[in-house]
Design a protein around this ligand. Structure first.
Ligand SMILES: Cc1ncc(COP(=O)(O)O)c(C=O)c1O
Length: 445
């Protein structure tokens, strides 16, 4: 880290190369060093780096109108992108659904929390405000989003600032919190929502937020068949809104436009971010279903919320250009094949005694490292295994996304892989080889 830097870094103890160019699945730093972006920069980049059409579309929009405040104007790119997102959402978003654009995922979570609260106010239920969520979850780093998150380490310093609205068990078969096995478990983790509702002032519950496929905190944990439908049914029966946080799993990452569509559920809101503009501009959104919109339309008529940069013309122009690229190059359809290629390249890792699990859906994959494979026992947190694997991959010029805490919020090491949808079979093989070598070096040390 140059001491002359004016940039407040994420970590003062680390050195950060200066990224200067991107091309496809590769990032080049200022000294010409090339890195294979196996994590899509935290599951953001879907169409690959350096696609010139996106910048051209943003420049064109900027030459027409770069900014107009949403209290006075709507703009054509925002209107168009809203229509296109609703068209790929579940049926309950058609005929009256709307999109609230933000500048990222955390703002989308904040917006959804407030939408849920005001939805109930509009409907005459003034006591409803609590948004329930799951332990070991992540929904963003602003205070409202952190309140509904269950990421122990990230919450710890800010605990006095965070209200507790209720967290239920995660759905995580590899380390089942109830020590059961599917299907004999009868989805006790889904029923935990109902148990919690019954035991904790159900009249105050407004919504439940969850990631259909859990990205960062559990390393691409996919729910077993029936879980998502049971959760939707419990929410519906108890009159609380279902919010699907698809900031990571949405926009094609798991092989469907939204992961919720794998299970045919109809959430009341869907959050997107990351892939919605593939990193070309800061953009997030809340897709709001027709039923929720109607409560506002027929109620007070105004949502008490707003950001200066919501529905920004350049960001939404980038979103449209990214969607054009995904459609023209049929990239949504490529995710499953590319995901299978990457999974095949990772499968040999399972022969190693410290590689516990390779999991995920489409191009959202996770690899978990364990001390004892038979007992699925994690390493002590202090050993920092996920970070060591990430560093060892970096020595092979491959970028991964390490996280700790999947077992109990603190212990449990995994890395996430979420490359651009354009990843080639050769690049998948390269990632597999880099990981083999990283695993061999970290665990022989
Ligand atoms: C599921 C999920 N929700 C919300 C967020 C927050 O998004 P952002 O970092 O764009 O604010 C993230 C970021 O990693 C995420 O993975």
């Amino acid at each position: 880290m140059p001491t002359s830097s004016g940039l407040f870094p994420r970590n003062f103890k680390k050195t950060f190369p200066i990224a200067s160019r991107g091309e496809g699945c590769w990032i080049m730093d200022r000294s010409g060093h090339r890195f294979l972006d196996a994590s899509g920069q935290a599951a953001v980049v879907s169409i690959g780096h350096g696609v010139p059409e996106i910048g051209r579309a943003m420049a064109e929009q900027s030459s027409q109108i770069a900014f107009a405040h949403t209290s006075q104007f709507h703009t054509a790119p925002a209107e168009k992108l809203a229509e296109r997102l609703l068209a790929v959402a579940p049926p309950n978003f058609r005929n009256g659904g709307r999109v609230y654009f933000t500048s990222g995922g955390s703002e989308a979570t904040e917006t959804a929390i407030k939408l849920a609260r005001q939805f109930h106010l509009e409907s005459g239920r003034k006591d409803c405000y609590r948004v329930l969520s799951r332990r070991q979850s992540y929904h963003g780093s602003t205070l409202g989003a952190m309140s509904v998150s269950g990421n122990v380490a990230r919450r710890a310093p800010y605990e006095p600032l965070l209200p507790e609205w209720g967290h239920i068990a995660p759905c995580f078969c590899y380390h089942c919190p109830f020590e059961k096995t599917f299907p004999q478990c009868e989805l006790v983790c889904a029923d935990d929502l109902e148990v919690h509702l019954l035991e904790h002032e159900p009249e105050k519950a407004a919504a439940f937020i969850f990631e259909p496929v859990v990205g960062a905190t559990l390393g691409a944990a996919v729910p077993p068949e029936g879980y998502t439908a049971r959760i939707a049914e419990i929410c519906h029966r108890n009159g609380i809104l279902l919010i699907a946080d698809e900031v990571m799993s949405g926009m094609g990452r798991t092989g469907k436009p939204f992961a919720a569509r794998h299970w045919g559920i109809e959430p009341d809101m869907i959050l997107v971010g990351k892939g919605v503009a593939s990193g070309y501009a800061p953009l997030g959104a809340v897709l709001v279903s027709a039923r929720v919109v109607a409560a506002f339309e027929h109620g007070s008529g105004a949502f008490m919320h707003g950001f200066t940069y919501q529905a920004h013309p350049l960001s939404t122009a980038a979103g449209n250009a990214v969607l054009n690229y995904l459609e023209t190059h049929k990239l949504f359809d490529q995710v499953n094949t590319a995901g299978q290629n990457l999974r095949s390249a990772l499968t040999p890792l399972l022969a190693h005694s410290n590689v516990g699990d390779v999991r995920g859906l489409g191009l959202l994959l996770g690899i978990e490292f364990v001390k004892d494979k038979t007992r699925r026992e994690p390493f002590p947190r202090e050993q920092n295994i996920a970070e060591k694997i990430c560093q060892a991959c970096l020595d092979e010029n491959v970028l991964t996304y390490p996280t700790q805490g999947c077992v109990d919020g603190l212990r449990g090491d995994h890395i996430l892989l979420a490359p651009p949808f354009t990843i080639s079979p050769e690049e998948c093989a390269l990632i597999g080889r880099a990981l083999q070598s990283a695993v061999a070096r970290v665990f022989s040390a």
